[in-house]
Design a protein around this ligand. Structure first.
Ligand code: 5GP
Ligand code: ZN
Length: 142
């Protein structure tokens, strides 16, 4: 029997507030409701994180993101924006190891969500930037 909490939610062993379901994905309200309507979209197939996805499954899951996004927008016309977050591994704040996408509606600057994007422009020379890009590109081609 699975010990994964999201597999249990998908299998209805643990109750959840369902937002959307089809044969590939399940979407439900995050228990913490960072903001009203905060939703988690998960593949029904158990994958731990982004590194485990087959392309087909990734396509199926990510194709549903705009669908849920539009449903949130229609449900809450007062919504002013939407953050889409996917945490991978503990350092990057993943706490449930069944891959999931957070959809976090934004209502105002002072709502209970924040994110910090540091600006390290100037930290790398043009040559170093090129080296970084080349290194990543070479892995994709491998
Ligand atoms: P992570 O930190 O892995 O990106 O996100 C995991 C999310 O799962 C958290 O936002 C947390 O509130 C949510 N969560 C954990 N356990 C449950 C649960 O039993 N039910 C629901 N609906 N959400 C949960
Ligand atoms: Zn699972």
């Amino acid at each position: 029997m699975t010990e994964c909490i999201f597999c249990k939610i998908i299998d209805q062993e643990i109750p959840s507030y369902k937002v959307y379901e089809d044969d590939k994905v399940y979407a439900f309200l995050d228990i913490t409701q960072v903001t009203k309507g905060h939703t988690l979209l998960v593949p029904k197939e158990h994958v731990t994180d982004i590194f485990e996805y087959e392309p087909a499954l990734a396509g199926e899951v990510f194709a549903r993101v705009p669908l849920v996004a539009r449903a949130l927008e229609k449900a809450f016309p007062e919504m002013q924006g939407l953050n889409i977050i996917n945490n991978n591994k503990e350092l990057a704040y993943q706490s449930v190891f069944h891959s999931h996408i957070h959809l976090i509606p934004r209502y105002e600057e002072t709502d209970d969500f924040s994110i910090h994007f540091g600006n390290n422009q100037g930290k790398y020379t043009a040559e170093e930037m090129q080296e970084i890009a080349d290194k990543i590109r070479q892995q994709e081609e491998a």
